[in-house]
Design a protein around this ligand. Structure first.
Ligand code: SER
Length: 315
């Protein structure tokens, strides 16, 4: 099958690793990376790259036509903590980029869309543990409202126009290659950098704030798997719950201490505490496991080892 992929937001935390993985599967020339800025890391230099504003419909369409794109992965978004500071900017970016891509699919200019949702679609009234696929969803953050709305639109475009849109609700993602930007779960990455650099970390979330988390390779596997299965397998066109691990700052600190015994953590919760408190602690992802064979691989122990191993040389 002739597949040509456009990744929008390819320089971000997920986009970078997704681009690398898709290039290794389909060949570098078939995966077009794009972002609002040039790639400053050099990590995407092995294939085509375009500077692209996801909010500019004509510019997105131009690249789709020029490269004969079949699949778009829309990874550009403003995350939860930054979105609280710039509500209108976040809403405009998160929604207009999605409409641009959904409309290209509605008009048959592309075949398939991947768009990530998030645990942020849930809110304070959602059951906190074993959060079901279908449950109360009253998100209390700008980011969560944009993801919840996006889910509704994805399902609508599928039902009304037959758009093949696929989505998962990512938990907090842990990775070392690039830094995340502006999320509430970012502490769980920063803690490894600070552990390697200063052997100390001041957490912006309280000791016992448990959130759903996942190692990046699992998230990339989920993404490529849901995009590869037959469309009949995809029974949910809003977004699938996706789960791997759950831990709190004190639990991850204990893991780090098993490698760096002198590591110290202290707690100074800020505005991000309220965001974290509105999200579930762990999620039921049986639909993803049953419908398209989702399985996670990495444990907290394993990801701790990988993170420390890869970051220790950096400082
Ligand atoms: N990791 C994201 C955030 O914290 C949640 O999707 O904003």
């Amino acid at each position: 099958m002739k597949k040509r992929v456009l990744i929008i937001g390819a320089c971000g935390q997920i986009g970078t690793e997704l681009t690398t993985r898709l290039r290794s599967i389909y060949g570098s020339q078939k995966i077009i990376a794009s972002d609002i800025v040039e790639d400053s890391t050099g990590l995407l230099s092995d294939g085509p790259f375009e500077v692209l504003d996801a909010m500019d419909y004509d510019a997105v369409q131009d690249i789709v036509i020029r490269y004969e794109i079949t699949d778009v992965y829309l990874m550009a978004a403003m995350l939860s903590a930054t979105a609280e500071k710039f509500p209108m900017k976040a809403w405009n970016l998160n929604m207009s980029s999605l409409f641009n891509v959904l409309n290209l699919a509605r008009d048959k200019k592309i075949d398939t869309v991947f768009w990530p949702s998030s645990i942020a679609v849930f809110g304070p009234t959602t059951p906190k543990t074993g959060t079901p696929q279908r449950t109360i969803m009253e998100p209390s953050t700008v980011y969560g409202i944009s993801k919840q709305t996006g889910e509704r639109w994805c399902e609508y475009y599928h039902q009304k126009y037959g758009v093949d849109v696929r989505s998962v609700r990512y938990p907090g993602l842990i990775s070392y290659k690039t830094l995340p930007g502006g999320g509430t779960t970012d502490y769980a990455i920063d803690i490894f950098h600070k552990a390697c650099k200063h052997k100390k970390y001041v957490s912006f979330l309280g000791a016992k704030t448990t959130l759903p988390m996942m190692y990046i390779d699992d998230a990339i596997n989920a993404t490529t798997t849901i995009m590869e299965v037959d469309k009949e397998a995809i029974k949910i066109r809003s977004s699938y719950n996706l789960s791997a691990l759950s831990f709190s700052p004190e639990e991850i600190a204990a893991q780090i201490r098993s490698h760096i015994p002198e590591f110290e953590i202290s707690y100074e919760p800020d505005f991000r505490q309220a965001i974290a408190d509105s999200w579930p602690q762990n999620i039921d992802d049986n639909n993803a496991r049953e419908d398209w064979g989702w399985k996670h691989k990495f444990s907290l122990e394993q990801l701790t080892e990988i993170m420390l191993e890869n970051l220790k040389g950096k400082y």
